[in-house]
Design a protein around this ligand. Structure first.
Ligand code: SF4
Length: 147
């Protein structure tokens, strides 16, 4: 029988890919999908290395941009290209579980800041936004609500 293909944020699987060089390994996620074909996903580490400067979702004139916190670099296009390359490699998957609150992976839980770096609302990270457009039939989950 074909295994279910599941995209999971790599930091939830134990990869040391977070901005601070740490992981967010979540054993309940690892266990829950142990019989499936897991596709680890992290768009930030290959682009910016680990550890790296933190990035945030900044809303400018109603448009979300991904900006590095200290150097104010706009990395939106870089990140978008990386995510779209990943999607091309995995056109068909059955489940997606991403890390909450991340500027890339958060699903309705990502802090969106204004130009004064004040949180104005919660929203989607850039990968989640793109995944919702591409994997239209899949309800994206996170580690707080993964089944
Ligand atoms: S939340 Fe997403 S982008 Fe951030 S470290 Fe985890 S997998 Fe990578």
């Amino acid at each position: 029988m074909l295994k279910k293909k599941v995209i999971i944020s790599a930091c939830l699987l134990g990869y040391l890919c977070r901005y601070d060089g740490k992981t967010k390994k979540d054993l309940k996620i690892v266990d829950a999908f142990s019989n499936d074909e897991i596709i680890p996903f992290c768009p930030e580490a290959p682009l910016f290395g680990t550890p790296r400067e933190k990035i945030s979702v900044l809303e400018i004139d109603g448009v979300n941009k991904i900006i590095s916190n200290d150097t104010n670099r706009d990395v939106t296009q870089l990140l978008e290209d990386e995510i779209k390359s990943f999607v091309k490699l995995h056109p068909s998957v059955q489940k997606i579980v991403l890390k909450s609150k991340s500027p890339s992976c958060g699903n309705g839980t990502t802090p969106i800041v204004n130009e004064e770096k004040k949180v104005i609302k919660l929203g989607d990270g850039l990968a989640t936004k793109i995944f919702k457009q591409v994997y239209k039939d899949i309800k994206i989950k996170d580690e707080l609500n993964y089944l």
